[in-house]
Design a protein around this ligand. Structure first.
Ligand code: GTP
Ligand code: MG
Ligand code: ZN
Length: 291
């Protein structure tokens, strides 16, 4: 290894802070230092795709399923996880669902997040390999950052470095008439807008896939996600139209049928009886086509 490469290995991929050669997590932002080791070995700049959304919207479940489908070669994709740590998220999500449960909430502490580093290629249509870094962020941390920019430096740096965003919005809650998913979507898009805005008036060209999650509760959203968003998430729809050049709406769900039960404390919980992922790959495929 050349000395320039050996030197690069000390700098965090996300926040560029200099770290001890032995460090496992960055001392500044807690991103795994294995990310930079992989990137240096590949000698290619990795591309960060962020999956963002409110707490409980389904980010962990979505990302876990997406990675699992990619590694099972769904849609003619081929995906190679770089480092065992990259497999932890998909393994956890699939294990919970196979025991008919959902994974727990992602903790707000950055050092407890799962990060995935994958090399992905779609055999059909092209032979370009993408080096993708996708962290599973906690919705609460993201909400805190959106309300108070730069309070979670790692989220700020991650989004600033992202080449594409998958924005998850709870379609099930929106379809009941609650304005909360729409307000959160509006805040999030305005935050992303501020971050990427180059010149006043110019639209943002970073590709943004807006995914209506838990669409099994409102199957009509599958027929026409854009129309569903325009009706039920009108504020978010408007900011997307006004400020983003490269935006597309999708609907997704992972469960085929749900039952309800109670946990050990007597709270009502949903029990996924079987998985029938739908619309998971499409947003990702669209983002890749725009990179
Ligand atoms: N019906 C249905 N429910 C879902 C689906 N995906 C997720 N859920 C429900 O949404 C809950 C939250 O999913 P998570 O993936 O943990 O949400 P998250 O966005 O990671 O939340 P934080 O980690 O707090 O940010 C799950 O416990 C399920 O109850 C889906 O496709 N269909
Ligand atoms: Mg989560
Ligand atoms: Zn860092």
């Amino acid at each position: 290894m050349s000395s320039a490469l050996a030197e690069r290995i000390h700098y965090c991929l996300i926040c560029e802070a200099k770290n001890d050669p032995e460090a496992v997590l960055c001392s500044e932002c807690s991103a795994p230092m294995a990310l930079i080791q992989e990137a240096v070995q590949q000698d290619r700049e990795p591309c960060i795709v962020s999956v963002i959304g409110d707490t409980n919207v389904g980010k962990t479940v979505y990302l876990g399923f997406l990675l699992d489908m990619l590694s099972k070669r769904a849609g003619d994709f081929e995906a190679i996880p770089k480092g065992a740590y990259s497999v932890n998220l998909q393994q956890a999500v699939i294990s919970y669902l196979s025991r008919r449960g959902f994974p727990p909430k992602t903790p707000s502490e950055v050092d407890l997040w799962n990060w995935a580093y994958y090399q992905v290629v779609q055999r059909r249509g092209g032979t370009n390999w993408f080096d993708l870094v996708m962290p599973d962020m906690a919705g609460e941390a993201l909400a805190a950052e959106v309300d108070n920019p730069k309070s979670f430096q790692v989220i700020h740096n991650l989004l600033a470095k992202s080449e594409g965003c998958i924005v998850l919005i709870d379609a099930a809650v929106a379809s009941t008439g609650s304005p909360q998913p729409d307000f959160f979507g509006l805040k999030l898009m305005s935050y992303v807008d501020d971050m990427f805005a180059v010149k006043r008036g110019d639209k943002i060209d970073v590709p943004v896939a807006v995914v209506l999650c838990k669409a099994d509760y409102c199957p009509e959203s599958f027929d026409n996600p854009a129309k569903f968003a325009q009706t039920n998430l009108n504020r978010t729809w408007n900011i997307c139209e006004a400020r983003f050049q490269n935006v597309q709406f999708f609907a997704a769900s992972v469960v085929g049928s749900l039952a309800y039960g109670t946990d050990e404390d007597g709270n009502i919980v949903s029990v996924p009886l079987h998985c029938a992922p739908r619309g998971i790959l499409e947003p990702f495929q669209w983002i890749l086509s725009r990179l």
